[in-house]
Design a protein. Sequence first.
Length: 189
Amino acid sequence: MNSENIRDGNFWNPWRVGGWGIAGALLLLPAVAMRFTGEVQWTVSDFMIAAMMIAILGLGIELTVRATRNSNYRGGGGVALLTGFLVSWINGAVGIIGNESHPANLMFFVVIGIAIAGAFVARFKARGMAWAMGIAGLGQFAVPLIAIAIWSPPLTVELVKTLAFNAVFAGLWLLSAGLFRRAAERANP
């Protein structure tokens, strides 16, 4: 960052201030909740992990916005980053399959790893990003099916809810893939 950005007002962009303000507010929510209820019990390490995750999300969004003016690319990057964040957050907090200690939940981190590795292999080019996020979406969809094949749980309403909940995340990865594909098409008509 150079002094021109600060002088030109780019550093204090209202979107940037608002985004980082929301990030700070997210960290304050559990601290405030701990004052009013015993149900929220965060430790210092919980706050540190949350701050790190939110910072990675925020920096990823900053880099995506700076990388291009293509709104489809920005949207694809934003959806991918948010999806990875939410999958990690929910999975770490309560788990997507069963509770947070169920071994099947580790497979969701493999999906995020696929998205990250795919982005690097694609060199962050829109067409390759579309493929990477599409594969991540298919992986997200496959995780509970693999878990069912391995652990053979009984078919319950809870299992159906888990499959539907997971399908939302798979859909978000695929939405990101679609936005990246549109970005690639606009770049090379």
